[in-house]
Ligand binder design. Sequence first.
Ligand SMILES: [Zn+2]
Length: 476
Amino acid sequence: MRILFGLLLIILAPAPLVAQTTDGLRSQPFVFTHVTVIDATGASAKPDMTVVIIGDRITTLGKSRKVRVPANAQVVDATGKYLIPGLWDMHVHVFRNASQRPPNEYYFPLFIANGITGVRDMWTKLDKVAQVELWRKQFTERPGTVPRFGAVGTIVDGLPATWPNSDTVSTADEARRMVDTLKAGGVDFVKVYWNLSREAYFAIADQTKKQRIPFAGHVPISVSALEASDAGQRSIEHLDGISLACSTEEERLSKIKPSDLPPGKYQQQVFDTYDEQKCARLFSHFAKNSTWQVPTLSIFQRFNIDPNTLANDERLKYIPMAEREEWKRFITRLEKRTLEQNAQRRLQVAFKLIGGMRRAGVEFMAGTDLGNEYLYPGFSLHDELVLLVQAGLTSMEALQAATQNPAKFLGRLDSLGTIEKGKIADLVMLDANPLEDISNTRRINAVVVNGRYLPKEALQRMLAEVEATANRVKPR
Ligand SMILES: [Zn+2]
């Protein structure tokens, strides 16, 4: 009887709304009509457009009065709505969360419900590469359940390691062997970190070139931001080392250990000796060398928020209970003001640096550093876009930092990052115009992942499910 009942359940299980081929792709065309397309190429908004999607691709794109809608298509009248490319968070740590809850149970649905269709993971250890490969398979087989893993890299630090459990190297030889091992192990890039020695860092720079794999990440304390750029570091995270490289006292300050001074003093000295011209020289190297910047302003912003506001954030309801408990330690440190003495100034300096780099033609990507306290999967990327606009980017530039630029950075602009004919359909439909107010990227009406349409109800269901499980204590 039980077997029969089980069989019945399988038979009665709700059939997918539309026909899916075996690889998860739709066979039925899907069409948005009368939508305003913001394609993220930099072109102005195009009103009253029709977008035809077949399988995972945008096959037709044109004025609604000119495009013929295929007879068997599923049509969504998108009058009054705005279509942007799927968003990318280019700095996440999906394997880092205090609750140990698997990312597919809450990170992924929160990404998708927030229109984040792609990520770059900044600490995928070699023993996690097989897991990422499974997720990449799942991405095409069950679109909408997992973001696109555009690139994954792993931390290589010096001694002592900043984080327990990171891979470390001291000598040039060790560094070269590490690069070979990581390349063979399947990561897409090497993430350099704070405590690397000069010889190890430059050996990584050289060996990654030989192995044809990029290196990106922090600027080690032993290396200047200018040297990192000239050595070919592909991206600098958190504006690392940049304000120091802009200081007239760079040489003296780079020899001091910040922890040897009273809290906040070191940073204050760096900021007080900021020199515009020195900055401009540095930025011209960034532009010439294509050194991308991922400022992760949301992580600086946390130090600026009143602890009470942080502790009462509405989005906490989506975070597993065990993790929420961990996060409280951040509040305690913030209240004791042991964390950050120059929070506001740090953000102001960051804005100034971003303004200068923008004028110099340096390119940016949006990233959050998700995996740290009070950063919310998916949600925080929208906060980052607002911060980038506050820093002086136009709404279009901020949008591009999360769409076109990541695709360009990853060498995937031929198929991703903008809304153009022939490209993969990773899309977000909004209720309001993000070019008028960038915070309108939060007003999500629907998401398309690899050609699969997820209407608002589906997204709300995903959010509700995450909320329901967040308070569940899971025995392990
Ligand atoms: Zn990070």
